[in-house]
Design a protein around this ligand. Structure first.
Ligand SMILES: Nc1ncnc2c1ncn2[C@@H]1O[C@H](COP(=O)(O)OP(=O)(O)OP(=O)(O)O)[C@@H](O)[C@H]1O
Length: 362
């Protein structure tokens, strides 16, 4: 079985999972739901609602009467994943997009995207602005449905949106560019949201895990601050902490694939380096940044930043005009004979602003 329970708010459609019912968790929810930003966001913009729902770590079971307003879709659990694919020697493939198409209205964005994410990989998706990189992440995360084509999670075809936490076996976490913290909650509550909402851990233990996780991303003594009291780089680190926290009281920890959408956008070079190295450190050698058994099996980074490619990515997928035009190891990027890659690598990656690629003729 496969689960995407790490994904934020996926649990909103789940009615029956055991969840923490403490007053503190409902108060967390009400404080979050009562925030002006949240209400206006959801009242005014359906598409944005999806993004908000996607952007944070993993409350897997919101218990609220209002939660119906936040559901992604009405698809049934049985529709979520089906059709176990035959084993084909790809046993290390965690996620596969096969011939995926996506349009928004008349606008064709993805035109047959196929690629695989294997266990242990650090994959970067690069390409011109507007070419559909974030759309690919949202499709992988189960927040958007392809118009055509298939997404397989550990060999099982996903049907519909992810909205179910009864599935288990792989968690997928999405860290949005904006960090997307809940403004009305403290850093502790933001980072510990999943555990407050969904685990049976006592609150003092959750506080301890939050503290450890924050320390792992280089933050100390910020637990009681609100997001508005943090710098941009700190917010990104809090978002990272929120994506890597897990319930360590469980017997087994599911592997997780983390999806980062421009994790260093807007940061200065030093702050970028910190985040890039953290992305690596939560993943490498089967250890997480707390020195405990790691659960981040693989990660995918959408980026325009050269330093992120250099420090945090091993394999690149190059998306252009809705298709993958090149795939290879990062070091092969500069030696590729693919014309479009050559035009980019002539810039030696050091001045890589792939946004300018929009002008390149294919
Ligand atoms: N929900 C949506 N509704 C309508 N259009 C959308 C939606 N989401 C994305 N788009 C459009 O799809 C195109 C691809 O967007 P996407 O964010 O995936 O691009 P990107 O490659 O990540 O761009 P960037 O590098 O600038 O972040 C853009 O033109 C965007 O405006």
């Amino acid at each position: 079985m496969v689960s995407l329970s790490t994904n934020p708010f996926f649990s909103l459609t789940t009615q029956n999972a055991a969840s923490r019912s403490s007053s503190s968790s409902s108060s967390l929810y009400s404080r979050f739901a009562a925030s002006t930003k949240f209400n206006s966001f959801h009242a005014n913009n359906k598409d944005h609602r999806k993004v908000v729902c996607a952007c944070v770590a993993p409350p897997t079971n919101f218990k609220s009467e209002d939660s119906s307003a936040l559901r992604f879709n009405g698809s049934s659990k049985s529709e979520q994943l089906s059709t176990l694919r035959e084993q084909d020697g790809d046993s290390d493939v965690l996620i596969e997009c096969r011939d995926v198409y996506k349009s928004f209205g008349e606008k064709k964005i993805l035109n047959g995207v196929s690629f695989k994410i294997r266990h242990g990989e650090a994959v970067g998706i690069i390409g011109p602005s507007g070419t559909g990189k974030s759309t690919v992440l949202k499709i992988i995360a189960g927040l958007l449905i392809p118009d055509k084509g298939e997404v397989y999670i550990r060999g099982r075809k996903r049907v519909g949106l992810v909205s179910d936490d009864e599935l288990h076996g792989l968690r997928i976490g999405l860290v949005f560019q904006s960090a997307a913290l809940f403004d009305s909650l403290t850093v502790r509550e933001n980072v510990g949201f999943l555990l407050y909402e969904h685990s049976s851990m006592p609150e003092d233990q959750i506080s301890e895990v939050v503290k450890e996780t924050l320390a792992a991303v280089g933050l100390k003594g910020v637990e009681n601050r609100l997001p508005s009291e943090l710098s941009g780089g700190m917010k990104k680190r809090v978002a990272l902490a929120r994506s890597i926290i897990y319930d360590n009281s469980k017997d087994s920890i599911e592997p997780e694939v983390l999806l980062y959408d421009e994790p260093t956008a807007g940061l200065d070079p030093i702050a970028s380096t910190v985040v890039e190295d953290l992305i690596r450190s939560v993943h490498i050698k089967g250890q997480d940044a707390r020195g405990k058994p790691g659960n981040i099996a693989s990660y995918v980074v959408v980026t325009h930043q050269h330093s992120t490619i250099k420090r945090a990515i091993d394999r690149l997928v190059f998306l252009h005009k809705g298709k993958i035009v090149w795939e290879g190891m990062t070091h092969e990027f500069t030696t590729s004979t693919n014309p479009i890659v050559q035009q980019v690598s002539e810039h030696k990656l050091s001045c890589l602003r792939i946004r300018s690629l929009g002008a390149i003729n294919m």
